[in-house]
Design a binder for this molecule. Structure first.
Ligand SMILES: C[S@@+](CC[C@H](N)C(=O)[O-])C[C@H]1O[C@@H](n2cnc3c(N)ncnc32)[C@H](O)[C@@H]1O
Length: 372
């Protein structure tokens, strides 16, 4: 396995966090076609373990790369993937990991999640979650036939082992892959028939599809700054049997462009699932925690405040703005909500941090603001 150690060394030396780790690893492995699927799995496991644990591992010389990597693998590696590497390369029996060193910044957390619990969650790979749309009994049967363990964490939210091979197994129309906490934001949607809704940062449409599944008759408008993602959203929503929403590429921080797009149209509800640090999802993308620059927070909070303030003008009287982030930081959650209420006169009805730590899910924040 000497070549594996050479490759992982190069990967860690060259990766700088500017691309998602998954993309970087895919591109890297393309350059070495001799690496088989097992090699690629091992390299991926090693890289993810490194970015989860490395900063917290104690008692190694900076230059002892292999020792440190072994410590990371022992602390949070999947033994069925990396076990052989450990036994053949010498064992490290007692690995000391100081969680507080994983994220040494003094950034206040939102109410409803503790920094300690969040730090521990970074060491564990999250589960795969699906939202069951239909054919629940059939889905259960198919999983059981393949001995894939599952757990219901709510009536239609199922947790599966990460990497479970469900694509070719389950009928595509019957389920949606969506994180458990993201699914739980639906509690605050409560759509009425034929209402006008606006999803202002729609991305690939996770929330839009959730809304359409709750109430197919809502008239939905979506915007995003990225053209390609809106195209995916429309196709996705159609594939699930709904009418595609009106979709516009718009930078919603730009008031004039927003007005040109919406032309004074008013909405019953606006979903503002704002761009954010993603700190509530870093257990899936530990490289983001590893390379996090606290100065980047200001860029996000300015963006969040600008977006939520601008779109609030398009609410009907009595209409609600659902401000959502996948961040656990107070700066992006309660503090932005506070400034948006001041800027717009909207009233804060309630807010909640959906803590996903226990269920190995993401953590998200939801605030409901109303135009009185
Ligand atoms: C958190 S993601 C949305 C995820 C999506 N709601 C879902 O559930 O799948 C935030 C989205 O905001 C978009 N965005 C970022 N800046 C924007 C801007 N200035 N105007 C409009 N959209 C923006 C990003 O392209 C991204 O798709």
């Amino acid at each position: 396995m000497h070549y594996i150690w050479q490759h992982i060394r190069t990967i860690i030396d060259t990766y700088d966090g500017s691309l998602p780790l998954a993309h970087f690893l895919k591109n890297y492995c393309k350059g070495f076609p001799q690496l088989g699927s097992r090699d690629r799995r091992i390299l991926s496991e090693m890289a993810y373990c490194w970015y989860r644990c490395e900063k917290g591992i104690e008692g190694y010389e900076v230059s002892d790369f292999e020792g440190k990597m072994q410590g990371c693998l022992r602390r949070c590696g999947n033994m069925s993937i990396v076990g052989r590497l450990l036994s053949s390369e010498g064992a490290v029996d007692h690995v000391v990991l100081e969680n507080s060193r994983l994220f040494p910044f003094e950034i206040p957390f939102s109410e409803g999640i503790s920094k300690d619990a969040w730090l521990s969650s970074l060491l564990v790979q999250p589960s795969l979650f699906i939202r069951i749309r239909k054919q629940k009994t059939q889905i259960v049967k198919l999983l059981e036939a393949q001995n894939i363990p599952y757990q219901f964490i709510a009536e239609d939210i199922m947790s599966l082992p990460n990497g479970a091979k469900i694509d070719a197994l389950l009928p595509p129309i019957a389920y949606v892959v969506q994180d458990a906490s993201s699914q739980q934001t639906a509690k605050w949607f409560q759509p009425e028939k034929h209402e006008r809704w606006y999803d202002c940062c729609s991305g690939a449409g996770g929330k839009s599809l959730l809304l359409k599944d709750l109430e197919p008759t809502v008239q939905l408008t979506v915007t995003d700054i990225r053209q390609s993602i809106l195209h995916n959203l429309q196709e996705r929503i159609r594939n699930y049997g709904h009418t595609a929403p009106s979709a516009y590429v718009t930078d919603v921080t730009d008031k004039e462009k927003l007005e040109k797009t919406l032309k004074g149209k008013l909405f019953d509800n606006i979903i503002c699932d704002a761009p954010c640090s993603g700190s509530g999802t870093w257990a899936r993308t530990p490289e983001q925690a590893y390379f996090f620059d606290p100065l980047s927070l200001k860029r996000f909070t300015d963006l969040q405040e600008g977006i939520a303030t601008n779109v609030a003008q398009y609410l009907k009287p009595g209409g609600r703005l659902l401000y959502i982030t996948c961040s656990v930081f107070e700066a992006e959650n309660e503090n932005v909500v506070g400034r948006v209420t001041t800027n717009t006169g909207l009233q804060l009805i309630e807010s909640k941090l959906i803590n996903g730590v226990e269920s190995k899910a993401d953590s998200m924040f939801v605030a409901v603001l109303q135009k009185v």
